[in-house]
Design a protein around this ligand. Structure first.
Ligand SMILES: NC(=O)c1ccc[n+]([C@@H]2O[C@H](COP(=O)([O-])OP(=O)(O)OC[C@H]3O[C@@H](n4cnc5c(N)ncnc54)[C@H](OP(=O)(O)O)[C@@H]3O)[C@@H](O)[C@H]2O)c1
Length: 234
């Protein structure tokens, strides 16, 4: 069993999720940030990939106090569980991901992370799962999250994590905010990176909702047609 898993990503019209500088460029409009905050508030856990985690040390908390209060009234914790997927977590500092806001923290890593760092993270109350593989086993990680009570998992990038989850058929839904701007740049990251797929193995999507914001931003919501994902892609 795995949680219902949805990716939310903000991209430019040319599909970039950051500039070539890779400093976490702002893409979402103010209105879109409110939409994303609601999605977070509806999730049991929010997951990010290793590069996003180590480079940006994201808070991953619900920004709106009203939404946090609403969660507590529903018998939930104020914030969803923060989840990091990181091959080597040695670079993870004692910053916002670990400490900001009241939230349970779960880290999936591999034995490339030093034992001392695993101990340090656990001393900061993070629940650390060490996989004995080259990279984190995402299927296993999602099963574990389900066992921890996560029914609704929000994935907030980056492109490498998005791609792997899509490739493995682990994603149910994808929401994309397209900002009316272009970054360009060959090395600027796109919404789904990794090794890529050939045309016959493309992940099939079905558009289920769309919305145009007054500022020209567009929100597209797709369901992933998981039953028709090519077995070769897995
Ligand atoms: N606009 C948006 O919505 C948005 C959201 C989030 C991030 N971003 C941007 O995305 C960029 C970072 O994305 P990214 O693609 O470079 O990295 P990422 O997806 O954040 O992190 C990927 C890394 O996680 C580690 N990992 C461990 N197990 C994995 C597995 N099974 N599958 C995939 N990855 C696994 C890998 O580290 P190793 O390679 O060391 O094994 C991999 O390189 C940044 O520029 C950030 O600003 C944009």
């Amino acid at each position: 069993m795995k949680p219902f898993t949805f990716i939310n990503v903000a991209v430019t019209v040319d599909g970039k999720m950051d500039t070539y500088e890779r400093r976490g460029a702002a893409i979402s409009s103010a209105a879109d940030k409110i939409r994303v905050d609601k999605l977070r508030a509806e999730a049991d856990a929010v997951m990010v990939g290793g590069k996003t985690l180590l480079d940006e040390d994201p808070k991953l908390t619900v920004k709106s106090e009203a939404l946090r209060v609403e969660r507590v009234e529903r018998g939930l914790t104020a914030n969803p569980i923060k989840v990091g997927v990181v091959t080597n977590a040695d670079g993870l500092t004692d910053g916002d991901f670990l400490n900001f806001g009241l939230a349970r923290v779960v880290i999936f890593t591999t034995d490339k992370t030093s034992k001392a760092q695993v101990e340090f993270l656990r001393s900061r109350n993070a629940e650390v799962y060490v996989h004995h593989s080259e990279r984190v086993d995402l299927t296993k990680a999602l099963h574990m999250l389900h066992e921890l009570g996560v029914k609704r998992l929000m994935v907030e990038g980056g492109g490498t994590l998005n791609f792997e989850l899509l490739r493995l058929g682990l994603v149910d839904e994808l929401t994309m905010y397209i900002a009316p701007m272009i970054f360009g740049g060959e090395s600027a990251p796109t919404a789904a990176a990794g090794a890529g797929l050939i045309r016959s193995e493309a992940v099939p999507l079905k558009l289920v909702a769309s919305e145009v914001h007054p500022d020209g931003g567009v929100v597209l919501k797709y369901s992933v047609e998981r039953d028709t994902i090519s077995p070769n892609a897995r």
